[in-house]
Design a protein around this ligand. Structure first.
Ligand code: X5A
Ligand code: ZN
Length: 404
């Protein structure tokens, strides 16, 4: 006889599907957004016995009518057809019209599976069939605009799922969605799709470097607070430089995100969980540790009755992303109390950014109106470990050029 299920045990959905590995560069050129990313994550979880403790799901293709909630017909048509034979000779030329995009024979299917997977797990979490879920998908989604593939993203997976819950499943009672985008890049596509929509509070924390970091421009600035009915429901936390790590992110959690989440009281949280702000990521230049990610996630579990869907976005160091997702899976499974410590203080620039964001948004969120106490602000910049081409770790201060 089977042991009765522990009623307190968390039901965590875990979605992975090898078919999403078929999206790859057309001639095998190396690329950071490659199939090994999701394989590495899955292998790591398997080696730690995580799938056995989760509800494992396979991917399902999204229906066009759900994709059409956020994308134009012409964009859907392009992604649907790009992998067909007739497009064989045109794929390279078409991809070159977009910013940081490649296509091959597997791209269409992978794009539909990624979007459909996030819809699927979001519906199950919204229903209560699952407490929370992790969707290990690619291609990623948060740069995709309604009529444009961009930044390795074809369909905006998380935006499609959010709109699906709001518009197609009103009976599930999801009226307010918090999207937390902790990918190191600004989630421009998601921001634009919900810019006037108060039913979605979009929060993105990203490297900005005064507008020079990808996707560059003014979109990721803290001045972008939403428009019309959506005013106050778009929050950007733009880092001035790289090297931000656990202490910086947690300071923003404590002094921006959590007070707002508390007032907003979301019905579900969707995380655009890129892991390219992880230590040793080749693109991000930040240094969040697996422990940092687990704390960031744990602090969000206090909202929306723990209804959380994590969706992979970027993240390009295979070891870093695998260990970070593992740490997050353990948090969702409520394995044991978190152990670890954060040795360093936030950068001075972090406090500056936090104060700017609070100032910009305090008319919408009274919890942000109080001045931060002086003792909280009194801290100094500190070095951050960075790896050189030979695998050596160096300590480098913000704004300092690495010795060559
Ligand atoms: C999803 C993601 C990054 C695109 C960088 C292009 N995209 N240079 O992390
Ligand atoms: Zn990214």
């Amino acid at each position: 006889m089977e042991a009765p299920e522990d009623p307190r045990r968390r039901r965590v959905g875990l979605l992975y599907d090898e078919r999403m590995c078929r999206h790859a560069t057309p001639d095998g050129e190396s690329h950071p957004e490659n199939p090994e990313r999701i394989r590495a994550i899955w292998l790591k979880l398997e080696s730690e016995g995580i799938p056995q403790r989760c509800v494992v799901l396979r991917a399902k293709e999204a229906e066009d009518k759900y994709i059409a909630l956020v994308h134009t017909q012409s964009h859907i048509k392009l992604i649907r057809n790009i992998s067909s034979k007739e497009f064989d000779s045109q794929r390279l030329r078409i991809a070159s019209k977009f910013n940081s995009i490649y296509f091959n024979k597997g791209s269409s299917e992978a794009a539909y599976l990624a979007a459909g997977s996030v819809v699927e797990v979001s519906e199950k979490v919204a229903k209560g069939d699952l407490d929370s879920a992790i969707a290990i998908v690619r291609p990623p989604g948060h740069h995709a605009e309604s009529d444009e593939a961009m930044g390795f993203c074809l369909f905006n997976n998380v935006a499609i799922a959010a709109n699906f819950l709001l518009n197609e499943r009103p009976e599930l009672g999801i009226r307010k969605i918090l999207i937390v985008d902790w990918d190191v890049h600004h989630g421009n596509g998601t921001q634009n799709m919900f810019y006037k929509d108060p039913r979605v509070l979009f929060f993105s924390i990203h490297r900005f470097d005064f507008g020079s970091f990808y996707p560059a421009g003014d979109g990721g600035s803290y001045c972008m607070v939403g428009e019309g009915a959506g005013a106050g429901y778009n929050i950007n936390v733009p880092w001035e430089h790289g090297q931000c790590g656990d202490a910086d992110y947690l300071a923003v959690w404590d002094h921006v995100l959590l007070p707002v989440a508390e007032s907003y009281n979301p019905d579900i949280i969707l995380i655009s969980a890129g892991f390219d702000a992880a230590v040793r990521d080749p693109l991000g230049g930040c240094c969040i540790t697996p422990y940092g990610y687990s704390l960031m996630l744990k602090k969000l579990m206090g909202f929306a009755q723990g209804k959380i869907v994590m969706t992979l976005e970027g993240g390009y160091n295979l070891n870093s992303i695998a260990n970070s997702v593992l740490a997050c899976a353990k948090v969702l499974l409520e394995e044991k109390p978190l152990v670890g410590s954060i040795e360093v203080q936030p950068f001075e620039s972090t406090w500056r950014v936090i104060q700017e964001v609070r100032h910009e948004l305090k008319t919408f969120w009274p919890a942000l109106a109080v001045e931060l106490p002086q003792n909280v602000l009194a801290s100094n910049g500190r070095p951050c470990p960075v790896e050189d081409a030979h695998g050596w770790l160096w300590f480098k201060f913000a704004g300092e050029q690495m010795y060559k």
